[in-house]
Design a protein around this ligand. Sequence first.
Ligand code: SPV
Ligand code: MG
Length: 286
Amino acid sequence: MSAPRAAALREAFADGRLVRTAGAHDGLSARLAEEAGFDAVWASGLEISAANGLPDVSLLGMAEYLAGAVAMQRSVSLPVIADCDTGFGGVLNAAYTMMRYEEAGIAGICIEDKIFPKRNSFVNAGQKLLAADEFGRKLQAAKRAQLSADTVLIARTEAFICGLGLEEALSRCHLYVDAGADAVLVHSKAVDSTEIVSFMREWDHRAPVVIVPTTYADFSSTQAREAGIAMVIYANHGMRAAITAIRDTWADVLAKGSTADLEPRIATVKDIFALSGMDQWLETDR
Ligand code: SPV
Ligand code: MG
């Protein structure tokens, strides 16, 4: 089942089309991304953790992240790219992650070169990078476990996140492509795009490059295209927007003592029905 969506992702990479990807944590948030016109959905570890009331520090297990990705997969027809953290453990876990996500029809999985348990990249302390050759073994194991030629394995380097420079980021990404990665995600928490742009200059299009422009928010999709980037992931903006909207809403209800003022400003119950496929399900029961 994974092949058509994974093939679409590979086709976009081959054609040099920028894949604009929205972070999500469940079926509804994935559906809103599809409705908005995004090209793919990122099953975000940060969002899935936060949606469970937990920080993104490897507390949930693979089965829980997988269930989140499957809910998104069922809700949209876009390719889902799953944030699989470190591959949830060592070399064997990376292989098992590929098996389970691919079996569920997920188009792409992304694993990162940090030591399990990991912390979210924006936590300032305790970022620990795995030796590059050890991470290469995880990628090789995941590749060996892969059944469909179309499934996309993205290798993510946290070299910049851990304060290492361009040379380390480049040499790691070359090693990861040699180990079988189909694309690389180069993460940066810099306030501007300098690290990413300098990486792109030296990388020479060896494999598609994925970025997560959270801290360097003014880096536009046009600039990403010009730099030769293959995929941009807006990893957490949907959830952040929802948090702000829900906070404002509840404050308003308590302040005003009724929901009357809110009604014109919030989605209707009919909208919830539409987004959750009420009519189609009732049709099934006809
Ligand atoms: C996520 O969305 O969980 C990511 C991106 O991995 S980041 O939060 O920037 O690490
Ligand atoms: Mg993550």
